[in-house]
Write a protein that binds this ligand. Structure first.
Ligand code: PA5
Length: 456
């Protein structure tokens, strides 16, 4: 089982100041675990690695097998928590170049994501790509009413129905949504699509270990048993309510302590480009969970060494409100030796016999040292190697850390009220029934706020 270790050496934090939070953490631990089975709370993800629907899990594998047999492409339609987790796992464990241009005759199913933006050029590019490929659709939406995936589903369902006969098209559509409610559920029942459930007590961004993530991940050929085992390992490892023995809670406390020292931006750092979408998933998890009530650490990310040549300058020398969390993957599945060159015109012979991975490692060590000396505290998460168990472990680690961290911060880490504002404005502009002029007439007059108006 791939393990994970938190190294606090570069944070400057003292055990003593951390332990001042021990009591609060113990209370939060109890509160979260007590609510884990309560269907009216959003804490169901805590027990998912043990308490998941085993029958549905088998059905997911069966559906994934079918997709692998009859499709070149699986179109995942979803936004936010309804696609980022799957994408994070799939892209972290796949060859990026095979994924860039899915081959018609490839043995592997390529997963393509739509419904996560409203850009017509992107959608048209996907339509073109599908022209001579067999494909299936997994539409994912907990509410079943989100505009972006709903529009994409309408477009791609029609394409699917035109490509295959109606009966066959129905068999190529998999719906992951609420067990009973929502427009998507109604549509699925009406059309007879195979459905998978997003449990009531698991919110979007905490849902990657439900059918939301598992079906696309399994269809991509990744071992979902191993993924769940990694998460289960983490569930056991971080089940101790005592802060002293719980790395996950130490991370949650540590970032709050730094936040109180005005480190209000956290960068998740990777040295592996395949982790790009893992960073995106992490940004969403922490951003939507903690950024509320005018509080919260702004979560962002950087990919090194690439971004050392762009953001690196700011991190080293800019405003001192940053902290970093480094994902240190210790072993690569393969490595490349740097050879000797007799002319040595590039001056690289000093690296003869060393590997690229070794140079990457030294770049990481040098960077941590530089950033710490520049006033940027670093958490380092040491991960033996990147595989499905490690991904399960990381997912659980961050979900739990995020919930505990949000609670320490004093916000509700399971809602996202702020997301509604753009939607309301968009719906008014689009004159969606129930919005726009009709609603405007009924709107109560709002009190003046102290917030600065953009147009002023
Ligand atoms: O974390 C969340 O709850 C959100 O990011 C949702 O996943 C996102 O808004 C998509 O919502 P839905 O699955 O209802 O379409």
């Amino acid at each position: 089982m791939t393990n994970l270790k938190l190294n606090l050496k570069y944070t400057g934090l003292e055990e003593k100041e951390m332990m001042e939070y021990a009591k609060q953490v113990e209370q939060i631990h109890k509160e979260l675990h007590d609510k884990a089975t309560d269907l009216t709370d959003f804490v169901g993800w805590i027990e998912l690695p043990t308490n998941y629907d085993k029958k549905e899990f088998e059905r997911i594998k069966k559906a994934a097998n079918k997709i692998q047999k009859d499709s070149d492409i699986l179109l995942v339609i979803g936004i936010g928590g309804s696609y980022l987790g799957a994408r994070a796992v799939i892209e972290s464990l796949s060859n990026p170049f095979q994924m860039m241009e899915p081959k018609k005759d490839s043995k592997k199913v390529q997963v393509i994501y739509v419904g996560n933006n409203l850009n017509p050029v992107y959608i048209q590019d996907v339509i073109n790509l599908l022209a001579d490929r067999d494909f299936s659709i997994n539409v994912i939406s907990k509410s079943g009413t989100t505009t972006e995936p709903a529009i994409a589903f309408r477009i791609f369902r029609e394409i699917l129905e035109n490509k295959y006969d109606l009966k066959e098209a129905k068999k190529r559509i998999y719906v992951t949504t609420d067990q009973i409610k929502g427009a998507l559920k109604t549509l699925a029942i009406e059309e007879g699509y195979e459905t998978f459930v997003i449990p009531d007590h698991v919110g979007g961004r905490y849902s990657v270990l439900t059918a939301v993530g598992l079906l696309p991940i399994a269809a991509a050929g990744i071992d979902i048993d191993a993924l769940m085992q990694g998460a289960k390992f983490a569930q056991d490892k971080y089940s101790d309510s005592n802060l002293k023995y719980n790395d996950c809670y130490k991370y949650a406390v540590g970032r709050n302590l730094l936040y109180r020292e005005n480190k209000n931006i956290e960068l998740l750092i990777s040295y592996d480009p395949r982790l790009h979408y893992f960073i995106e998933w992490w940004k969403q998890l922490f951003g939507e969970s903690e950024g509320k009530d005018q509080k919260g650490i702004f979560p962002t990310g950087a990919e090194f060494t690439t971004d050392l040549h762009s953001l690196g300058q700011y991190i080293q020398d800019g405003r001192r409100n940053l902290m970093e969390t480094v994902l240190h993957i210790k072993k690569y599945p393969s490595d490349i030796k740097i050879k000797r060159d007799d002319d040595n015109l590039d001056g690289l012979n000093y690296l003869e016999g060393k590997t690229v991975g070794y140079v990457n490692e030294k770049a990481m060590e040098g960077t941590i040292k530089a950033h710490v000396s520049g006033g940027v505290p670093n958490f380092v998460l040491e991960i033996e190697k990147l595989d499905a168990t490690a991904m399960g472990h990381l997912i659980y680690f961050f979900e739990l850390a995020c919930a505990v961290s949000g609670k320490i911060l004093g916000v509700n880490p399971f809602n996202q009220p702020g997301v509604e504002t753009y939607k309301t404005n968009m719906f008014e502009l689009l004159e969606k029934p129930g919005y726009g002029k009709e609603k405007e007439e009924k709107k109560p007059i709002k009190k003046k706020t102290t917030k600065r108006k953009i147009e002023e």
